[in-house]
Design a protein around this ligand. Structure first.
Ligand SMILES: [Zn+2]
Length: 214
């Protein structure tokens, strides 16, 4: 279900543009509103959420899908943790659906899916690992990188139960907005993938905005 937000960018307490291929990490407090904007359209924002109080508790794709009985994320979806607590709820969305099945690109999957010579191409998993290396205060390591959400990414489930990477359903200026239901650490890789249409073969910036509760 498409639902526009009542929050105006002018009243946000935080705004930051994340360049194509870069990462972004920040704590979002309980009840704050957190928006990701697909500035130019057809860009995948590969996102991980951790409980700020105990990062061992983190976003769980399987529990989120099971609880809502649907594979795509949309307005009203409650993003559940590995402890089945609600981490965030999607409260506005102009895209219609977001993927949480496809996982994130890695040099290993690029090699298997596309070509051996793709092994040195920049991938989301590299961006996350760089973020953890540059933010030791988070006390997160490689083993903490598990399920993610691919905001804006179109990964249709095929009739025979497979997954395909399809051209995006997002567009310039479309956004997804969440209310934090606990203090969370959000970690985004603004996907650098060039081998499939998840970024329309042209990675572009996203913007992140945060509002205090009304
Ligand atoms: Zn990626």
């Amino acid at each position: 279900m498409l639902k526009a937000s009542n929050f105006s960018p002018e009243t946000a307490i935080y705004r930051h543009v994340v360049p194509a291929g870069d990462y972004w990490v920040k704590r979002v407090e309980k009840d704050q509103i957190f928006r990701i904007v697909d500035l130019e359209g057809n860009q995948a924002a590969d996102t991980l959420f951790f409980s700020a109080a105990d990062p061992a508790e983190r976003y769980s794709a399987v529990d989120t899908i099971r609880a809502q009985g649907k594979v795509y994320l949309e307005t009203g979806t409650k993003l559940l943790s590995t402890e089945c607590n609600v981490m965030l709820e999607i409260v506005a969305d102009l895209v219609g659906r977001h993927d949480t099945l496809g996982g994130a690109c890695a040099t290993e999957s690029n090699t298997v899916r596309y070509d051996l010579e793709k092994r040195t191409m920049h991938a989301c998993r590299d961006s996350w690992l760089l973020a953890l290396a540059e933010h030791e205060d988070l006390k997160l390591t490689k083993r903490d990188i598990t399920h993610n959400i691919n905001f804006f990414m179109n990964v249709p489930v095929t009739p025979d139960g497979g997954l395909s990477f399809a051209d995006g359903v997002s567009g310039p200026g479309k956004y997804v907005e969440m209310r934090a239901c606990m203090d969370v650490i959000a970690l985004i890789s603004n996907c650098p993938q060039l081998n499939n249409p998840c970024n329309a073969y042209n990675p572009t910036p996203i913007e992140v905005l945060i509002w205090n509760p009304a």
